[in-house]
Structure formats: C-alpha cells, structure tokens
Design a protein around this ligand. Structure first.
Ligand SMILES: NC(=O)c1ccc[n+]([C@@H]2O[C@H](COP(=O)([O-])OP(=O)(O)OC[C@H]3O[C@@H](n4cnc5c(N)ncnc54)[C@H](OP(=O)(O)O)[C@@H]3O)[C@@H](O)[C@H]2O)c1
Length: 327
C-alpha cells in the first residue's frame, strides 16, 4: 500500500512516498481503510526526532484518521467491517491507505456527520476539550491561548466559546491576526507579546493560560497569570528551551495552578480517558448547540508532503486533512 514515510529523524529530505506492507490488526485493534488523514504539528515534531512522538524508524506519520473498518482484531467488540470510524492512531501510520488503531482510541462516526469533519475529532478536537477541562474554564474566566492560529487553536476557539468565558485572547503571528479576529481577540506574538496580550484583555491579568509555543512566549505568559490562575502547558512549537518554573512560594502566594496536558501520553496510559474525550466532542456536535464541526481544508494525496512542510514552516493556517483515497 502507499504511505508517506520519514526514513530517519531530521529535515524534509527524509520524507518520501513509499510502498509498505498493509498492516493487520493485533488483538484489541482494528484496521481502518483510511479515507482522510489529519495533518498535525505532532507529525512535524515526530519527523524532527523530538522524543515522545515517533515510535521507531522508518516512521509513517499520521495520528488522526477517518475511514472504514477493514478488519477487526481478536477481542474487539463494537466494530464491524465497513463501519465508518475515526481513530487517534497514537503510534502514527495514518498517512497510508490502511492503518491499525487501538479499538479504545477509535469511535464510530455519528449518523449525518461528514467523514472529513469527523476526522479532526480524535486528536485535534479531543485535545481542545481536554485542555478546557484541565484548566476548568468557566464563564468567570479571562483566557489566553498563546498559539491560536492552527488546528487546535481553531478547535479551542469553538470549545471555549461554549463555556462563555469573559474573554479569550489569541496569540498569533502577524499574518494570521486578521483571520482570527472573528473568534479571538488577537495579540501578535512579537517581542511585545506580553503587553499586547494584556492590552487585548482590557489591561487585566488572565485566569487561564493555555500555552503551546514555549520559550519566550511561555515566559511572558507566566507573567500574565492572575491570582488564582491556571496555567496549562501543552506544546513548545517554537523549539526554544523551557523557562524557569514558578517557585513553590510564588505558587502558594498567588494560589496558582500549573499543569501539563499531553493527549499522546494520556492515550498511551489510559485509552479510555481519550475515548471519553472523543465521545464528548461528538456529543457536543450532536447536541444541536448552534454550531457544527467545521469543515477542514482538504488536500489531495499528491499534496500531502507539501502540506506537511507548509505546516512545519507555519504557512498552513487552520486545519488540513489529506484525502488518502479520494473523497
Ligand atoms: N499536548 C497535546 O496534547 C497536544 C495535542 C495536539 C497538539 N499539540 C500542540 O499544539 C500546538 C498546535 O498543534 P496543531 O496540530 O494545531 O498545529 P498547527 O495547526 O500547525 O498550528 C501550529 C500552532 O503553533 C504555532 N507555530 C507553528 N510554528 C511555530 C514556530 N516556529 N514558532 C512559534 N509558533 C509556531 C502557530 O502559530 P500561529 O498561531 O501564529 O499560526 C500555531 O498556533 C503544537 O504546539 C502541538 O505540538 C499538543
């Protein structure tokens, strides 16, 4: 079968389309004929060899898929060949014609939901719900999302809006600020980011910071936390070293909570917890709450490698999925 493969950790010269054997489901797994594969920044981190993402080399990327069940492994209940499903393929493999997924990280697509929309649920939207839960976001909160311009950023805007926070400021690059203005109060992530974010927040500090850029932005954001504030780190897209953590005395004095969130490590430790996040997103989409899962940008299989490179270079606003077997 065809697949996109990273031959070894490093630059874009290690990416190629290859022919690989079709995988068979082990006990507890299903095989999925992939129709759509979501592109995620975690694929970029995997290719670069950042620890914790690729499970071995060569590596087939793709942690988020939608398709039909092609085979059911021993001991799996609740899935039948031909079912329309999505899955968080935490060990990668999704940018291929067939992938195997842990049954606990897969879900049947609700009736009436287009498969390309459902495909962005098991990683991207499940992360947004997981983050809103981890930070206990409520209507009392002023929220800062430091990386608002990507797929998780789009999902967070929608998920947070359901909790009607007092305001949501979105940190972003200058060229995405205009696009985001409909759903965030944008703050450009330049040397003045801290001041810009605070200004966009009516000159107040933030009750919640959801931080995915790392380095200087993480450092500036820690300085924007209000007493009683919750700070959740979930990424380090800039690739800079982490800032110093607040001292325990500062945590106590300010009643601050600092936390981390990794849907990958949660899936590896507790598939059921991530299955619950996927179900929660589908429940929101089904609840007739006045919004629907947005349609991602769909690119053809032949454009998959270019689209991955564009994402790595932050030239890919919003959410993109690859039509692996055509639409
Ligand atoms: N912990 C978890 O469970 C989890 C799960 C999924 C994703 N993530 C993380 O969440 C982030 C977004 O993921 P995604 O799949 O939504 O990615 P995406 O669509 O490619 O969006 C990337 C985001 O990171 C920013 N960014 C990209 N390259 C950057 C760079 N070199 N320097 C500074 N900022 C950069 C973008 O800035 P703009 O806002 O300016 O466009 C955008 O906000 C990533 O850091 C990813 O690792 C974490």
């Amino acid at each position: 079968m065809k697949a996109v493969q990273f031959s070894e950790p490093g630059g874009t010269e290690h990416i190629a389309e290859v022919d690989v054997p079709t995988p068979e489901p082990a006990p507890g797994q299903i095989a999925i004929a992939v129709r759509y594969a979501g592109l995620n920044f975690v694929d970029v981190l995997a290719r670069r060899g950042v620890p914790g993402y690729a499970t071995g080399w060569p590596y087939v990327p793709g942690m988020e898929v939608g398709g039909e069940v092609a085979a059911v492994g021993e001991g799996v209940d609740g899935f039948a060949v031909g079912d329309a499903v999505v899955a968080f393929t935490v060990d990668g493999g999704g940018l291929a014609e067939t992938v195997v997924a842990e049954a606990g990280l897969a879900a049947r697509v609700p009736d009436g939901l287009a498969l390309e929309r459902a495909t962005i649920v098991p990683l991207t939207w499940a992360t947004a719900v997981g983050l809103a839960d981890a930070a206990h976001v409520s209507s009392k909160d002023r929220v800062l999302v430091t990386g608002a311009g990507g797929g998780v950023g789009d999902a967070l805007a929608a998920v947070l809006s359901l909790r009607t926070p007092r305001c949501v400021v979105g940190g972003t690059s200058a060229n995405s600020a205009g696009r985001l203005a409909a759903v965030y109060r944008p703050a450009v992530r330049d040397a003045e980011f801290g001041a810009a974010a605070r200004k966009a927040n009516d000159d107040e500090l933030f009750d919640v910071v959801l931080e995915s850029i790392g380095g200087d932005v993480a450092s500036a954001s820690l300085g924007l936390l209000a007493p009683g504030g919750r700070y959740v780190s979930y990424g380090a897209a800039a690739g800079q070293p982490d800032p110093a953590a607040p001292a325990p005395a500062d945590l106590r004095r300010n009643n601050w909570t600092t936390a981390g969130f990794s849907i990958i490590n949660r899936a590896r430790a507790d598939a059921r917890a991530v299955g619950a996040l996927i179900a929660a997103v589908f429940a929101l989409a089904e609840a007739g709450s006045g919004w629907e899962l947005p349609a991602p940008r769909v690119v053809a299989w032949d454009e998959a490698i270019d689209a991955h490179i564009a994402q790595a270079e932050n030239r890919s606003p919003g959410k993109t999925v690859v039509a692996v077997r055509g639409s």
